[in-house]
Ligand binder design. Structure first.
Ligand SMILES: *Cc1c(COP(=O)(O)O)cnc(C)c1O
Length: 362
């Protein structure tokens, strides 16, 4: 049985030694020392000014929307995980879908201006599969129209644009540290900003609005994370360079085996990307039929790839549909193949053999 992903598990003793510390202190949550230490180490590793560790990547998005006081319409991508859209709706804003670029699969900046109305307050774009958005074009548009920008960076831990973390961009960037993501804390996420005033707001919002025991700064929520989750992060971060390296090698191995023999294409990495994190291994088939043949053959052999992202978020029953032909087309033809730390070359060989066999007569 091979799944599209498998969580990274560090040596158990290393995690347990943090758990022993927690037992000794009897400090389980509420901004404990391990949460603080993880935030420091993440800022150091990613070279960021400010970062808050929160419950998950979805709460990170919701905190971001709330902290920036967004209202009305938010321009966003239909080619993302459902949390990108549901967070907008949850915060009582309206998602306005703009189509993606057919090569990078990220929000197409050339289509954004057409969708701006007097009710638009922000752009919420996803760095799909860890591939940076056209951040410079999006920033220029946001300045011109006085819009805020949030990046859903759930996939983009470790990706760099112009030699800096991609999380440097936007008024706020978010990340997910869910077990299936490249760097994880079991459940978890982060919000990142350069603006100290926004940081302050985020830190109140994360903790019920508390500004001291008796004073509240507006409507907050519980977005905190625990010492146990931080412990997993502190254990895993020691392995992050190995994880990133392994994914690069495995992705290149897939490329080597697949791309010459099969008419599939890979998303184009955005120009200016200095580190790509190989968060996923997506391939785009020539047709949905060919994709379905590959899925069928893999599943028959107990290998589970993932149609990610499919269907387009414009299909959700709580959003207004807009014409996004490129997303409709790509989402039917894109497939993520298994890629995770413990996958072996022999397993990749086998996966590729099944895919090639499924396409043979067409
Ligand atoms: C995983 C993911 C999220 C949600 O993160 P959680 O930590 O699972 O809440 C949001 N957006 C994208 C693009 C994701 O892949």
């Amino acid at each position: 049985m091979i799944n599209v992903t498998e969580p990274f598990l560090p040596p158990k003793e290393e995690y347990i030694s943090f758990v022993n510390e927690i037992w000794n202190r009897n400090w389980l949550t509420n901004n404990g020392p391990l949460v603080n230490e993880l935030e420091l180490q993440l800022k150091d590793y990613l070279n960021l000014d400010h970062l808050l560790f929160v419950t998950n990547g979805t709460i990170a998005l919701q905190l971001g929307i709330k902290a920036l006081g967004l209202q009305g319409e938010i321009i966003t991508t239909p080619f993302s995980y459902v949390a990108t859209t549901s967070s907008i709706v949850w915060e009582n804003c309206k998602p306005v879908f703009v189509d993606i670029d057919k090569d990078t699969l990220n929000l197409d900046p050339f289509l954004i201006e057409n969708a701006i109305t007097e009710n638009t307050s922000a752009i919420l774009a996803t760095h799909v599969y860890g591939n940076p958005c056209d951040v410079e074009a999006i920033e220029a548009i946001s300045r011109k129209h006085n819009l805020k920008v949030i990046y859903d960076g759930a996939h983009s831990f470790g990706s760099e644009y112009n030699k800096k973390s991609i999380f440097e961009w936007g008024d706020i960037s978010t990340c997910s540290f869910h077990a299936t993501k490249l760097f994880h804390t079991i459940e978890g996420g982060s919000v990142i900003t350069k603006d100290p005033a926004v940081l302050k707001k985020l830190s109140f919002l994360r903790n019920f609005g508390h500004n001291g025991p008796t004073i509240f700064e507006g409507v907050g929520i519980n977005g905190k994370n625990s010492e146990f989750h931080a412990a997993m992060g502190l254990t895993n971060i020691k392995y992050i360079d190995q994880i990133l390296q392994k994914r690069k090698v495995d992705s290149e191995y897939y490329d080597h085996l697949l791309l010459e023999k099969l008419k599939v294409r890979r998303p184009k990495i955005t120009e200016g990307t200095t580190v790509y994190n190989h968060s996923y291994y997506p391939i785009i088939f020539e047709s949905e039929e060919l994709l379905l043949r590959a899925v069928d053959e893999l599943e028959k052999n107990r290998i589970t790839p993932r149609r990610y992202f499919y269907p387009s978020l414009t299909e959700l029953n709580y959003v207004e549909k807009r014409e996004t032909p490129i997303t409709d087309d790509i989402s039917k033809r894109v497939l993520c193949l298994p890629l995770y730390y413990s996958i072996t070359k022999a397993e990749i060989d086998m996966i590729v053999r099944f895919i090639l066999r499924s396409q043979k007569y067409f």
